[in-house]
Design a protein around this ligand. Structure first.
Ligand SMILES: Nc1ncnc2c1ncn2[C@@H]1O[C@H](COP(=O)(O)OP(=O)(O)O)[C@@H](O)[C@H]1O
Ligand SMILES: O=P(O)(O)OC[C@H]1O[C@](O)(COP(=O)(O)O)[C@@H](O)[C@@H]1O
Ligand SMILES: [Mg+2]
Length: 465
């Protein structure tokens, strides 16, 4: 089922331009629900923490750079444990599903949701849904206990399996009802969160006491609002190995060119950060920044210049870069995957061939190009230490939110704080590199590559036209 994933917004305003983009709560559509004391108050680890419970009015600003007289702006509800919860531990039947492409840290999030439910709240019935959304109605479930998930964080991938497509809202909600599930934890990217949003709407329409909570997953870092997605740092780190190899190969041979293709369908964050981290990269090409090959200011001219200056060079390419050039030069194929995402053509192979053809035609210079494609390797690895901690906090936050009766939300880090974000803010647009922002300027100045945009075009973009 397709939807734009936009649900009705719940907004609270306050003084001096304060806006809270709040998340739904079970009591919005089921009045008079009983509440229970949070068992964490008797947990020896947490009971000593001063003010462990989050104040009901705590919120986190979306923008932290402000001017003296500027309005306070948009805020999100701060995540964390609440004094009152809306589920008795015995009553909870939770399930976890992972959807979309792989990302380092998926297993850590699964593990920590199970651990938080068991050890913080005494919930013992947790099911894993096998193979993404379609697993709700077409596959078996897997019982998840702390023992089952104990060391899964050391493995890449997801122990639950994943899939694209197969989102049938009514079958999914029937299955949730049939199994008596009342907390649904959905880990996935923009497509998954749109799916979660329609599941939430259907559950609300049926008046069920079922929480739907999302955990944002995206290797491409293309989800808006949140600081960055889990697994992103791991992927950037893993990409360094490919870039180092490309550099070693390129350096070792006359006019060596190392070309590395990284993930990034519509957003070039991995390529940009991997380039900034490496310092060996001479050119980074991303989907947000159009480029051209021939003529003055083009890629071929830059390669020639760089090889003359330095004898070798490294190019990093996001898989979604230059797709319009490929479509123009090859027969355009507008294919989609099962989820409706554009299927990309291999820009790495195409650009390698174009560079080789150009220099052999030109006969001025013999080049040696080595193409490295580590795309799946950077997302199939286990998460690194800092992503593991990040995944743990995300999982704990989402469990606290669900136990407190919040629903229709995604847990996410905003300005370093865990928050609950309404689905519509996560799904309304894609997070992309803004090439008129400072970060892209830092990249351009570190590689010294051409910006491929004319001065006039640059001015137009800065004006936001
Ligand atoms: N607009 C939508 N409405 C409902 N479900 C969707 C929508 N877009 C994607 N989905 C479902 O979400 C799941 C994951 O989507 P996909 O785009 O493959 O990955 P990701 O969530 O990582 O972006 C798939 O099962 C797909 O059917
Ligand atoms: O896993 P597939 O179907 O080969 O798709 C590859 C795509 O998945 C991604 O890794 C992540 O995409 P999602 O966030 O939609 O899962 C993209 O970078 C890449 O284009
Ligand atoms: Mg996606």
């Amino acid at each position: 089922m397709e939807s734009n994933g936009i649900s009705e917004s719940k907004t609270v305003t306050g003084d001096f331009g304060y806006v809270l983009q709040d998340v739904p709560h079970l009591t919005d559509y089921i009045p008079d629900l009983p509440t229970y004391s949070n068992p964490l108050q008797d947990n020896p680890a947490y009971s000593v923490v001063k003010q462990y419970f989050v104040h009901v009015d705590d919120s986190v600003p979306q923008k932290i750079v402000v001017h003296k007289d500027s309005p306070r702006g948009i805020h999100f509800r701060r995540a964390g444990p609440r004094q009152k919860i809306y589920f008795e531990p015995d009553e909870v039947r939770a399930c976890i599903v992972t959807c979309g492409g792989l990302c380092p840290g998926l297993n850590t999030v699964i593990r920590e949701i199970v651990y938080s439910l068991y050890h913080m709240y005494g919930v013992t019935r947790v099911l894993g849904i096998d193979g993404g959304y379609r697993g709700f109605y077409a596959r078996n479930t897997v019982p998840l206990t702390p023992k089952v998930v104990n060391d899964i964080h050391k493995r890449g991938g997801t122990i639950l399996g994943t899939s694209r497509g197969g989102h049938d809202t009514s079958k999914i909600v029937h299955s949730i009802q049939d199994r008596g599930i009342n907390q649904v934890y959905i880990i996935g990217g923009d497509g998954t969160q749109k799916g979660a949003s329609v599941i939430f709407e259907e559950i609300r329409r049926r008046g069920l006491k079922v929480v739907v909570a999302g955990i944002p997953k995206t290797i491409d870092n293309d989800i808006p609002v949140i600081d960055k997605s889990f697994g992103f740092d791991t992927a950037v780190e893993e990409a360094q190995r490919a870039i180092n190899a490309a550099h070693v190969e390129a350096e070792s041979i006359e006019n060596g060119i190392g070309l590395v293709k990284l993930m990034g369908r519509y957003s070039g964050f991995i390529a940009m950060y991997a380039t900034l981290a490496s310092r060996d990269v001479d050119c980074c090409l991303i989907p947000e920044s159009p480029f051209y090959l021939d003529g003055k200011g083009g890629l071929f001219e830059y390669i020639e210049k760089r090889l003359k200056e330095n004898g070798h060079m490294v190019i990093v390419l996001a898989e979604g870069a230059g797709q319009e050039l490929l479509s123009a030069s090859m027969q355009s194929m507008n294919h989609q995957d099962a989820s409706g995402n554009k299927l990309l053509q291999d820009v790495g192979l195409w650009i390698s061939q174009s560079i080789k053809d150009h220099f052999s035609r030109q006969k001025k210079m013999t080049i040696n190009l080595k193409y490295i494609d580590p795309t799946y390797m950077i997302r199939a690895v286990p998460s690194n230490a800092s992503d593991n901690v990040y995944c743990t906090l995300l999982a704990q936050s989402v469990v606290h939110g669900a136990m407190a009766g919040y629903t229709g939300f995604t847990s996410g880090l905003v300005n370093g704080r865990q928050t609950y974000i309404p689905f519509y803010r996560i799904t309304e647009k894609q997070h992309q590199v803004v090439i008129t922002d400072r970060m892209w300027a830092r990249l351009l100045s570190s590689t010294n590559q051409p910006s491929f945009i004319s001065q006039k075009e640059g001015q137009r973009r800065r004006r936001g036209e």
